[in-house]
Write a protein that binds this ligand. Sequence first.
Ligand SMILES: C[S@@+](CC[C@H](N)C(=O)[O-])C[C@H]1O[C@@H](n2cnc3c(N)ncnc32)[C@H](O)[C@@H]1O
Length: 354
Amino acid sequence: MSDQDTAAGTPAPSGPLGYGDRVQLTGPKGRLNTITLVPEGEFHSHRGVIAHADLVGLPDASVVSNSSGEEYLVLRPLLSDFVMSMPRGAAIVYPKDAAQILSLADIFPGARVVEAGVGSGALSLHLLRGIGEQGELFSFERRDEFADVARANVAAFSGSVPENWTLTVGDLQDTLPATCPAGSVDRVVLDMLAPWECVDVAAEALQPGGVLICYVATVTQLSRTAEQIRRSGQFTHPQSSETMVRGWHVEGLAVRPDHRMVAHTGFLITARRLAPNTVVPSLKRRASKSEFSDADLANWLPDLAEGASSDEVWTPEVVGERQKSEKVLRKKVREARNFASERRADTPDTDTQN
Ligand SMILES: C[S@@+](CC[C@H](N)C(=O)[O-])C[C@H]1O[C@@H](n2cnc3c(N)ncnc32)[C@H](O)[C@@H]1O
């Protein structure tokens, strides 16, 4: 990359550091500061100053000294670092789960993928990376403000809104059929309060063999989603899992698990779209006495019973989701846009496109 390219300010994934790049500085006490390199910018700590201009042109992973000689390690954040530090409207999918989603959903370069909801855009960034430039990502989000935050975050990471990314504002169940013709999609990824409401539209959009994957936070959502997938008769048996990652402290003879870990984020449920008019062999069996009946299931999941309205039962609050106020959300949209423009990302000024 030439000096001129770095001066243009488009964040680069590798090569020498340039204006517009976000970098992490790790100081003598191991404290991490993340900054965006801008012309005339300076990083100040208690003990000294580093001019941003001094970092431009250095290889990634260099060590620089501040004005009082203290050394700092300079690193471009990885995608996982970026998503953990970007502005959030809604709770994000953590990197450990995003990695599992890419694998379990078999996201491949060139894939046509549907995703809902978009929230803060963390999973969108992982999916865009997985499908590459030849793939297409169709993302759906019901709330304008979240879509705005996600668009700014994706632009901040990529330098502009990627051409192979379509972000539609609206409920997936209402907007998917008009956006993706039946049988045209390879993968559907759902991260939302009530994925069971979208099982039928997902089945319609997917081609036979395509993968549906749902990420949910609670056991009650897990059960409700699995039962709906099973009942739809359009998928293979759903497989469920959770992913726990325990970090280790490995230094000299002190080799042990970390004292703290993120114990719970969510569950993943996957199923494959069946070919039309296909019934999974085990579903053809008659239920044995030990198997459950519809009435048993309705005791556990009352809103699954005929005529029940699921809206009354399932709200973000009842599953323990913390909701941000309108005022906080507007602040998050501003933060995300400032974050994107600090990086000189090319984001549309207009609010959400439909
Ligand atoms: C937890 S957030 C998604 C976070 C996102 N995956 C990320 O990694 O940043 C869930 C989002 O789903 C949206 N949502 C819920 N139901 C939806 C539906 N039926 N259609 C579209 N979006 C929906 C909510 O507004 C919310 O923004």
